[in-house]
Each structure stands twice: as structure tokens, then as C-alpha cells.
Design a protein around this ligand. Structure first.
Ligand SMILES: [Zn+2]
Length: 274
């Protein structure tokens, strides 16, 4: 690589380096939703995430001086309970293209780093995290160690069935400028899933949303943006809306609720034992 403008082969190489798997030692884990009791153990589900600095550090490592980040504060939103959500738009320009995404959080700092991470995923940075296996962690066990065990079990038990990109997610060094190591292809394709669409568009991007009411974990939103990798759009049904959507006869349920029947009589998915 001699300089800019780049020829297509150099451009492709840089794209691959930006999207190279996230080094496991930089992956952090946080608890998500409620726990479960399985195989005689209390287990919590953990989700992998990165610090937003990982995005800027990788840009700096792969394309030093040839990228820029702009953050723009958007109007505040509010969730179902009236809790204010801060919104930020992040715009990352790299290799002649601009990638933008919105982030939301209760705090300004949380919202802007969320936006940076989501914009980074559009470039392929840390996109491999979205292909991770579910990590149910027994009480007292380190989530990172547990995840390595899950990968090792998968590797030994059912090698060949391992999702593409999964093996590469472990042990790959962060690419450095001028490194001659072969770049690993981006594992950016989101996991395929079957699902049904929600009867309303995403409140943020106006695109389709998944209806997760049947299979969500406790505490997760009912509808989430289909484009959730880059858009934080979500919607929680009110008790009335949930009752109507679950009723065998939605019109009858709507009429009953309008007549004053309490919606709480309907079973809630959230009320799982444990
Ligand atoms: Zn959306």
C-alpha cells in the first residue's frame, strides 16, 4: 500500500482488517434479563460487549489519520415508563464512506458510546459479537471462562457444525498497520432467524420490527428493530395492548378492556418462575 487513493485490493484488505474478529481479552460481559435454574445450577445469561474505545482504537490502528468521527445530539426520547432516553447520532467516515447510527441510553455518555459502537458495527468492527453463542453462566463462574468452555465443547463435540466465524473469534490478534498476517474475512452477517414481524414500524428508523412477544427473555422489549445491529428502536406493549394481542378473539378482548375489565388478567410472558 503506497498511499491514497487506494486501489480496490488495498481497500478490500483494509476493510477486512477493520472487521477482523474482536480479541477475546477485550470482550466484556454483562448480565442480561433474569436468571434460570438448569442442571441443578442457578445461571445468568451474559451478553458480550465492547467499550466504544475499541472502535476508535481499531480505526486508529488500521487507517490512522484516515477516519473521522462526528457526534450529534438528537432530541431526547422517553420509554414506556416515562424514563428519559438520551439519543445521539454517530457518523464515522472511513475509506471514503460514511457510516452512521443512533445510540440511546439514560445518560449522554452512554448514548454517545452506544452510537459509536453501532456505527462501528456497520463498518464491521466487533460485528462478530453478534454471532456469539448464548452464554448461560453458572453462579460464581467467570463469564469469559464460561464462554471459552462453551466454544471448546462445541469444537470437540460437534466440529463441523460450528458457525462460520465463531472459531475465528478466538485467539485472533488485533491487526496492526503493515501486518502481513492474512486478514480474516468479516463475520458481519447477522445470524439468520425465523420470526414474525410486529404490526408497527420501528419508532426510530421506520423500518420493520421483529415481534418477540412469544420468545423473548424476561425484561426484553416486545418489539425490536429488525435492523437492531445499527438501530436501537424498540417498543414495549402496554398491558392492554399485550392482552389484546394475546387474546383468542382480539376484538372481543378490546371491547372488554374498553368496558373496564382489567388487562392484568391475561398471562404475562414476563412472569416466568424463578
Ligand atoms: Zn429501527
Amino acid at each position: 500500500m503506497t498511499g491514497f487513493p487506494l486501489d480496490p485490493a488495498d481497500l478490500e484488505l483494509l476493510r477486512k482488517r477493520l472487521a477482523a474478529p474482536t480479541p477475546p481479552e477485550l470482550v466484556q460481559w454483562r448480565k442480561s434479563g433474569e436468571g434460570r435454574y438448569k442442571n441443578g445450577q442457578s445461571q445468568s445469561r451474559y451478553l458480550a460487549y465492547i467499550d466504544s474505545r475499541f472502535v476508535t482504537e481499531r480505526l486508529h490502528a488500521v487507517v490512522p489519520l484516515h477516519w473521522s468521527l462526528r457526534l450529534e445530539k438528537l432530541p431526547d426520547g422517553a420509554d414506556r415508563d416515562g424514563v428519559v432516553e438520551k439519543n445521539y447520532l454517530a457518523r464515522i467516515t472511513v475509506l471514503g464512506q460514511t457510516y452512521e447510527s443512533v445510540g440511546s441510553d439514560a445518560t449522554d455518555k452512554g448514548a454517545d458510546s452506544d452510537a459509536v459502537k453501532r456505527a462501528g458495527v456497520r463498518i464491521g468492527i466487533a460485528a462478530d459479537l453478534y454471532e456469539y453463542e448464548e452464554n448461560w453462566v453458572p453462579l460464581g463462574v467467570d463469564p469469559a471462562e464460561n464462554y471459552q468452555r462453551i466454544l471448546a465443547e462445541k469444537e470437540s463435540g460437534r466440529s463441523g457444525e460450528t458457525a462460520p466465524g465463531l472459531r475465528a473469534a478466538v485467539g485472533e490478534p488485533l491487526p496492526s498497520p503493515g501486518s502481513s498476517a492474512p486478514a480474516t474475512p468479516a463475520a458481519a452477517a447477522p445470524a439468520k432467524r425465523k420470526g414474525k414481524f410486529a404490526p408497527m414500524p420501528c419508532p426510530i428508523c421506520k423500518g420493520p420490527m421483529w415481534d418477540n412477544t412469544e420468545n423473548k427473555y424476561p425484561g426484553q422489549p416486545d418489539y425490536v428493530c429488525k435492523n437492531r445491529v445499527v438501530c436501537p428502536g424498540k417498543y414495549n406493549l402496554t398491558d392492554e395492548e399485550r392482552a389484546i394481542s394475546k387474546a383468542e378473539d382480539p376484538e372481543k378482548a378490546r371491547a372488554e378492556i374498553a368496558a373496564g375489565k382489567p388487562a392484568q388478567l391475561v398471562d404475562q410472558q414476563d412472569d416466568l418462575p424463578f
